[in-house]
Ligand binder design. Sequence first.
Ligand code: DQA
Length: 149
Amino acid sequence: MRIHILNGPNLNLLGTREVAIYGKQTLGDIDARLAEVAEELGVEVDSYQSNHEGALIDAIHRQRGRADGLIINPGAFTHTSVALRDAIDAVQIPTVEVHLSNIHARETFRHHSFLAPVCLGQIAGFGPASYELALRALVEALRDRGEPS
Ligand code: DQA
């Protein structure tokens, strides 16, 4: 089973960006932890980050026929991008939306997600653990659906 992890704008700055909200771990730290969890679960993971909406859409399209599941932290595109939502809907790959912060407890413009309705679920507010929880939940959901392990 292959899981692809996508990270949107400004997440390359994790570790130095708004540390009080997003914490001190870098995206590299998060990827390293996900690699450990993937090994424990017996699945393959790889990841991609871009600050550009079109590049993220292209990356989602590239996963057709490759990834069994997607995990995406769309960053600010969560709250703006119909195009990213349509890309996820179009490829029909089961997807989990993740956020480090609890977007529902922040500014009102962060409360709405264009992507959530086309995702299996959303995990928000647990810092870097949001990604680990998403990976565990997605693998379990795919195995329940009978995806080859
Ligand atoms: C975020 C939440 C978004 O509102 C914000 O724009 C981000 C990060 C999070 O992981 O908490 O860039 O997706």
